[in-house]
Design a protein around this ligand. Structure first.
Ligand SMILES: [Zn+2]
Length: 276
């Protein structure tokens, strides 16, 4: 009796998903054969410029470990690539800090995947910034789900962990997106660093003077954005001197005791409302 009820529940859920055009999770459903294959590849070791790398889940520091720290989450959009992403990672590695990378699925190829693995091996979080970087608020439910699943699968295949957060391209959102995407939506505080006319000095001042404790900093490691890599190189030591503890987006929520929801909030801070 119990089994048949479970089967019925599963069937109802599957029908609901089919009807809405949304997947229940944005991690694609895998068959048991595929799951076994994934487990085998998880233990496979690869070489990154930071040494040996093994896929799997990165540890997330606990609230106790982060208690009393002046936490801030540094995040980067539009990678991965072999240029600017690596330059940013050089700084991250040098200072032993963590950041979160919201990657675009279609930017992941054999070479950039190694850079993504390097980020993950340094304790950074790999999150989703869609597959094609389109205005998803103009897409169908099926199109949105496809963007999320393809990116989630590529991230999983390369680092052994699914994305935990989503940054909407152009921070353009609508109800259909909230219905279809089961990851919390993340925005952040930025300085228009995608605009080449914003000088390195301005970017450094933004980082060292305008980013408060508890916030999510939104920068771009897009392939021509050398200015942000240089600004990060100059700003990180100053921010560390100012007492900041760099955490992943997951850790920021843990540190603040907030369980993020994927229901209608776009977070720039780890607070109940997503804002301060
Ligand atoms: Zn973007």
């Amino acid at each position: 009796m119990l089994m048949s009820l479970k089967k019925l529940a599963a069937a109802v859920l599957a029908a609901a998903i089919a009807a809405s055009g949304c997947a229940s999770g944005n991690a694609p459903t895998v068959t048991s054969t595929e799951a076994t294959a994934a487990q085998t590849t998880e233990t496979e070791q690869t070489e990154t410029t930071s040494g040996k790398y093994e896929k799997g889940e990165n540890p997330v520091r606990t609230a106790e470990e982060l208690a009393g720290k002046k936490v801030i989450a540094l995040t980067f959009d539009d990678g991965p690539n072999t240029g600017v992403t690596n330059e940013v990672l050089d700084v991250i590695e040098e200072y032993g800090i963590k950041a979160s990378f919201f990657v675009i699925g279609q930017n992941i190829d054999d070479e950039s995947a190694k850079v993504m693995q390097r980020a993950h091996s340094l304790g950074c979080e790999i999150d989703s910034h869609s597959f094609t970087h389109s205005y998803m608020n103009e897409m169908s439910a099926e199109g949105i789900t496809d963007e999320m699943e393809r990116t989630a699968q590529l991230i999983y295949d390369n680092v052994g962990e699914y994305p935990k957060f989503f940054r909407p391209p152009y921070i353009a959102v609508n109800e259909t997106m909230f219905d279809c995407i089961d990851l919390p939506f993340i925005s952040g505080l930025g300085c228009n660093d995608w605009d080449d006319s914003v000088s390195i000095e301005k970017r450094v001042r933004f980082l060292t003077e305008k980013c408060p404790e508890d916030c999510i900093i939104l920068l771009h490691d897009a392939k021509d954005n050398e200015k942000t890599a240089e600004a990060v190189r100059q700003a990180i030591p100053i921010m560390l001197e100012n007492g900041f503890e760099f955490v992943t987006v997951s850790e920021l929520f843990v540190a603040k005791g907030i369980v993020p929801t994927s229901d209608g909030i776009v977070y720039s801070y780890a607070t109940e409302t997503g804002w301060k």
